[in-house]
Design a protein around this ligand. Sequence first.
Ligand code: NAD
Length: 377
Amino acid sequence: MTRLNWGMIGGGEGSQIGPAHRMGAQADGNFVLAAGALDHDAQRGRDYAQRLGVAADRAYGNWQEMLAGEKGRDDRIDLVTVATPNSTHFEITKSFLEAGFNVLCEKPMTMTVEEGEEIVKIAKSSGKICAVNYCYSAYPMVREMRQMVANGEIGKVRVIVANFSHGHHGDAGDADNPRVRWRYDPAMAGVSGQFADCGIHAMHMASFIAGDEVKEVSADFASTIASRELEDDAMVNFRMEGGTVGRLWTSSVAIGRQHGFEIQVFGETGGLRWHAEQPNQVYYTPLGGRTQIMEKGEGGLSDEAGRLSRVAIAHPEGFPMAVANIYVDLAAAIRGQAHGAFPTATDGLRSMAAVHYCVESARSGGAWVDARPALLR
Ligand code: NAD
């Protein structure tokens, strides 16, 4: 099967997420990096793209040049990944969808709910794929938990407790560092800091595993470092359409925690627990029974967990392979083949609504607020 042409915007040399996309997209031979506008500095972007093997005429200085250049080509890119800072996602994603390209956008998909709704509508009318990189949902053992819930193995889900809390912005003396400061500046980050950055991953995963959507939120946001306008710590209570109760804590001042993404799902007849720092294990406790540790790669897991496991039991895979699992299903979808789930623009929109309504709730003393975007009510 011929490889699909892939393009990337952002994710330049030294960026945080760029390498995971390059490893993920190219891991299975589905995509080849054919075009890129990789850096905010045009020359650095062109140089780096060529060092990665992109032809000189497709190593672009910015995304507008890339759009113009790719539009007219017979071998135009089949998929573009948008891995730039948040405030640019909307304009780039919209422009590429409107020009008939499939897009994988980094989270958060947009800065506002209105922009999110516009992307969902454009994706629908263009008939193109718009995916959002909630890559944690593609870990094999997260798929296993989702399947167990869908099979009724823990009964109806009563409570979900999620947290995504790290301590990397916990140093008040470093709060003015430009690499940290922008995340808490409304002009750069929008209405939310930590919740929009990390909390939405946890909230997406709660919906993904439960097979249900968030209906209402009640939030308490705090800026624990006084110079910050936006929150660096948030506690969000939520209720799902099916009645599941949710508790979500997200923080960037939790000194001692490294990554801290953990989810616990408590049903009527059992409980499940997964931690992103040990992604190969799920802890499963049946009602009245002992806790069992389920391992990625062992026999008896769901087809989905098996399909997305790449190396033998006990060998680590990790984050780039979760990203690769998103690309596997995108490649199949682009080729018109059967494919598994990947997060779409609708998920991106639900996150933007959650951000917006959590802010509204926090500003009104934690009042319960309907968290569903108008387009999806
Ligand atoms: P970063 O600051 O480390 O890197 C950003 C890159 O984009 C840099 O190479 C920069 O030169 C380039 N860039 C900036 N503006 C550009 C433009 N207009 N055109 C082309 N290139 C441009 O940022 P990061 O941490 O890699 O984050 C990028 C995005 O990925 C953010 O939206 C972030 O939320 C998201 N992210 C997602 C995950 C995840 O788990 N899904 C993890 C980390 C980051």
